[in-house]
Design a protein around this ligand. Structure first.
Ligand SMILES: [Zn+2]
Length: 334
């Protein structure tokens, strides 16, 4: 019984949906000339003008585009990019072109040139562009680039880095941003990309870190950046393992090794990249997915001879300290 009623209702609804819209005044059975006027939101009869339906929703875009009257190959878009919160102001300024040389025009031109906010913004924009380019070339993600830009803006506001060139500051920002986002790069890697000496990067990084720490204590110790300390082998192991295509098991074992020998190993004072390389090589060897020293050296970006030396030191130390047994245990537990 209930089913029959439901079916009847459904059939009636379906029939109603299929009723074609006709004009009651001039419909002769052959179908009316119906016009949909989207701009007015109305459906009307094309013959007598009777409005059959109003309040139609326009499903088109809600802004005008000027793409069709692009006559001289100019950019038809009338809007720019969204405002960048890292720049000063709302960036709704006007670009003025000074063609004539009248007195008023030159006055206006001078005022325009003296607009300090514009100058500061253009310097920031230039630096941000550099950071973007560097990050893209290193396949670093958007958050890393934005963190680096944020640190750059912070030091620009502090105005305490006037004696450093922009390249040096950017290198420092990049180093801290990578570390803060958990994709640590060593000093030599940043040096390779930015061509700034490792010593300079190290110095500027320390100064930037001090500035950020001061911010942190000023904001009730809510750390915005967790960047303290320099790159450790532990931070770099994940990336080297990924490059070598090693499984998670090996990576965990390598990280455990790095933790174990963090305090008193001969790797202390060595470049974190070569230390990480030696640890990964050892972990892979013991985890029966051996990689050649050459492969590991290439993945870590260190010299073969350096890696061999560091690994020799590391191996001797591990044998002597007897820490390998606990690593074996950790690996079997995985
Ligand atoms: Zn009609």
């Amino acid at each position: 019984m209930g089913d029959a009623v439901e079916r009847a209702i459904a059939a009636e609804l379906y029939a109603r949906l299929r009723i074609p819209l006709t004009c009651p005044d001039c419909d002769d059975g052959s179908g009316s000339n119906i016009i949909e006027d989207i701009s007015r939101g109305e459906t009307k009869c094309g013959d007598c003008g009777r409005i059959l339906c109003d309040g139609l929703l326009d499903e088109g875009q809600e802004w005008r585009t000027f793409a069709n009257d692009d006559q001289c190959n100019a950019d038809p878009s009338r809007v720019g990019a969204a405002p960048n919160l890292l720049l000063h102001g709302s960036q709704l300024e006007t670009e003025i072109k000074f063609a004539d040389t009248t007195y008023r025009s030159s006055q206006l031109s001078r005022a325009y040139q003296n607009d300090t906010a514009r100058t500061v913004n253009s310097k920031l924009k230039h630096a941000f562009y550099e950071i973007d380019t560097l990050c893209k070339s290193q396949h670093l993600s958007r958050p890393v680039a934005e963190t680096a830009q944020l640190i750059f803006r912070r030091q620009a506001d502090a105005k305490t880095f006037a004696n450093k060139t922009q390249d040096v500051i950017i290198a420092g920002c990049l180093y801290l941003a990578c570390k803060s986002n958990g994709v640590t790069r060593s000093l030599s890697e940043i040096h390779k990309v930015t061509m700034v000496s490792k010593k300079q990067i190290s110095l500027v990084t320390k100064a930037l870190q001090k500035l950020l720490d001061a911010d942190t204590s000023a904001h009730n110790n809510n750390a915005v950046f967790t960047t303290s300390g320099s790159a450790t082998p532990y931070d770099l192991i994940g990336r080297i393992c990924t490059k070598l295509g090693l499984c998670l098991r090996i990576q965990c074992a390598a990280e455990r090794l790095a933790e174990l020998c963090a305090e008193d190993s001969p790797l202390e004072g060595r470049s974190p990249l070569s230390a990480a390389g030696a640890i990964v090589y050892e972990a892979a060897r013991r985890g029966s997915s051996e990689k050649s020293l050459k492969e590991v050296a290439a993945a870590a970006g260190v010299g073969l001879a350096t890696l061999r030396n560091v690994h020799k030191l590391f191996g001797a130390y591990m044998e002597k300290s007897g820490k390998l047994d606990s690593v074996e245990g950790a690996r079997q537990g995985l």
